[in-house]
Design a protein around this ligand. Sequence first.
Ligand code: FEO
Length: 170
Amino acid sequence: MLNEKVIELLNAQVNKEFYSAYLYLQFANFYVDQGLSGFANWYKIQAQEERDHALLFIQYLQNNDVSVTLEAIDKPDAVLQNNMDPLKAGLKHEQYVTSLIHTIYDAAYAVKDFRTMQFLDWFVKEQGEEETNASDLIKKMELFGSDPKGLYMLDQELGGRVYSAPSLVL
Ligand code: FEO
């Protein structure tokens, strides 16, 4: 049986991951409006990954006989005015999500819940990759984004991203 605090945090994370998906759909919609379909593609796939994360938390709870509660998902609140805004908001959001994962890890560690710690190891690694991806995008935009040809090429590159299911199987 999982610890009550750990359960509460894992259940809350389901909502956070769905919110992340929603936020990234907001970014994708913004880029559609700007005519940047490659950036939109990149964030649509990112949204799919976040939905997968939510489903993994649900599956983990259910594998441990916990009944999952779904709460309302907040409206995405990012203020997007230029092509750089989603990228910076994305990095900030991933840093926040990393802090949430670490908080759950802390709670599991405190009660010697090694099973949950092992489950979360995948997310700790994933967060490292997501923060790197987010800051790489900012660097590329800083380098090439102010030149129309550079922006076009970058959009083409991001349009090539394809969805793949998470490597974690529960
Ligand atoms: Fe589910 Fe982007 O972390």
